[in-house]
Design a protein around this ligand. Sequence first.
Ligand SMILES: [Zn+2]
Length: 317
Amino acid sequence: MKRGTVLISLAALVATGVAALGFAPYLYVESWPYLNTPAAMSDAPVRLVKGRMFDDYFAIQDLGDGAHAIGEPRYYQANYSYLIVGEKRALLFDAGSGTRDIRPVVKSLTNLPVTILPSHLHYDHFAGLHPSDRLALVDLASTRADVVGGRFSPGRYEFLGMFDELTRPSVPVAEWIKPGATIDLGGRTLRLLSTPGHTPQSVSLHDPQGRRLFTGDFIYPTMLYAFLPGADLGVYRRTADRLLLDFPPDTRLWAAHCCRRNEGYAAPWLGMNDLADLHRALQEIEAGERASTGFFPRRYHVNDQMDIGTPLFSLGH
Ligand SMILES: [Zn+2]
C-alpha cells in the first residue's frame, strides 16, 4: 500500500473512533432495548421504611410543611415525585413513570388545582403526564423549540422512551417559568432553578418554607447518570458549584430516585455535604485525578451514597 493510502486509512480509522465515542451515548440508548429485556414491575412485596402505601403500587410520605413524596417503589427505577401544597394551588414536581396513573394519589392529598412541573424530560419523570394535565415548563430556548402546533412534545433523545417502549406525550403548556422565577402557590412560594448537568433542561425547586431543595436527577443516592445524551460533566460541575454557594449547609435535598444506602424504601434525600462530595468528584474527574472502573459508563465513586457514571471522554466544556 502507498504511504498516502495508509495515512488516509489511519485518519479514517481515527475519525471513526472519535465519532463512535461521540455517538456512544446515542448508540447506548438505541441498543439498550435490543440488549436488555424491559424490566417489568416488581412483584415482590414492598416494605416501606417510612410513609404508607396508597394502593399496591404508590407510596406516600408526608415530609411536613405541606409537602408529600409520592414513590413508585415497585417500578425498576424507584422514582419519587413530590407534591407541594399551597393555599390556592398545588405543584407536582414530576409526573411519575406512567406505569400507573398518579392522578388518584394526588387527588387523595389535595382538592386544589394541580400544576405539574417536570424536573426534566426523561420518560421516568415525564411519561405520567396526561394530555389534560396543567403542564408548567422551564422557559428555555430548547423547551420552546419542542412546541409544535401549540403542544409540547420532548425530543427522542430528551425523552428516551425507548427504555420502556413508550411514545412521547404531547401536551399544551399552561405556564412557562423562567429560571430563577418564583411560583406562587398561595401563602407560599417556590423558586425554579435551572440545574443542568444530567440534562440541559434539568431544574430544581427551592422550597424556602421547608428549607429544602427538590433536585430531580441532579443528585440522588445510587448512581448518577452523566452519560446519556445531553449530559455534560463541565456543566454538571458548574451547577454543583453554584448550588453550594447559594444554599446553607442545613438544606435538605429531596431526590427523584430511591434509595439511600442500607435504608430501604423511603423518600430519598441527601445533604449539602453530599453535594460538596459530588462537586469534588466532578473536579477530580475533569482533572483526571480520580480512579474509575468500566468503559461505558465509566464509573466513579463519589461517597458512600453515590457513584457517578460518565462517558469515556467528556465532550463537555
Ligand atoms: Zn430519572
